[in-house]
Design a protein around this ligand. Sequence first.
Ligand SMILES: Cc1cc2nc3c(=O)[nH]c(=O)nc-3n(C[C@H](O)[C@H](O)[C@H](O)COP(=O)(O)OP(=O)(O)OC[C@H]3O[C@@H](n4cnc5c(N)ncnc54)[C@H](O)[C@@H]3O)c2cc1C
Length: 336
Amino acid sequence: MIREYTDTDLSPRNSFHVAQRAARLVEFETADDLRTLFAAGVPERWTVLAGGNNILFTRDYDGVLLTPVATGIEILSDDGRTALVRVEAGVEWDDLVQWAVERGLWGIENLTAIPGKAGAAPVQNIGAYGCEAKDVIERVHLFRTDTLAEETLAGADCGFGYRESVFKHALRGRAVITAVEIRLSHTPAPRLGYGDVEREVAARGGATLRNIREAIASIRRAKLPDPAETGNAGSFFKNPVVDRATAERLLAEWPDMPHYPAADPARVKLAAGWLIDRAGMKGRTEGRVGVHARQALVLVNLGGATGSEVIAFARKVQQAVLDRFGIAIETEVNIL
Ligand SMILES: Cc1cc2nc3c(=O)[nH]c(=O)nc-3n(C[C@H](O)[C@H](O)[C@H](O)COP(=O)(O)OP(=O)(O)OC[C@H]3O[C@@H](n4cnc5c(N)ncnc54)[C@H](O)[C@@H]3O)c2cc1C
């Protein structure tokens, strides 16, 4: 089923609530819908707008926005130890987490309350509290807009890294994710060693799936602004990954600087939030945009800000960190 909108207001479709417009927006369910659409002529400009929680529109979009709306969740196989689950791209990610928790299936409970659709999860390999989508993704189903063919990509071939995947690089602008297959486990495997999770879970009576979900939802509510009330896109910046010599130089000057091992043992991950805070930008506002007072990684729309105002302010935050530490922080949010 295809549903089309023209000259549509995007403010209810992006978590920053910037009021840009799209020339054409198409809601689709299946790869066949996409084939029908693209067979009629590949639009000059198109992209996927799923839940709009990681996109900042800085101008009206003059091409076609594709929005997945299929919401099926199906158990493909279950041998009593693990279950393979197919999730259509339009499923709300947190509904999937709830679904898994209700069925006693482990693997995505730490990814509770990440806003967005399941089809977007592989794109930046969503992650939180020591877990990433890549830990459970077994296969990704795609529609290739260059060949009009359906393809399946194994998780191992998705180029997953920290907030990275092949969908942001080689397959950018060439593929639409239509469904994701994830492997969940019946065996309890709580992962509590991150932030306050262990304490919050203990306060709820121990490491059950429900307690972990509730604990993480509550920690996130306390730390992050709710996009329904204050426009934002979660972390606006990625944590920078630097070489050891750079980390050591900074640590010599700021011994309390948080730092973590990176996937590459020759590199070190730093906390962009800490760098922004120490560069004096936490809680700073300018006009209708600001750095959130409790979480320096998050930029907020204080009401009526345009995408260009947000990006102009983001550049100032980046410059402040560069001036103070000599570190360039990159944006995590997709800028359109
Ligand atoms: C309050 C808040 C908290 C957040 N916390 C976290 C967090 O803890 N961890 C984390 O990793 N992220 C977090 N995010 C970011 C966001 O939730 C994720 O990036 C999420 O996956 C975005 O989903 P979406 O459906 O809104 O995608 P969109 O914002 O619509 O799209 C994001 C990108 O993926 C592409 N895309 C989306 N769907 C498809 C598809 N089907 N096929 C091809 N390309 C596609 C889009 O073109 C775009 O480039 C947070 C955001 C907010 C607002």
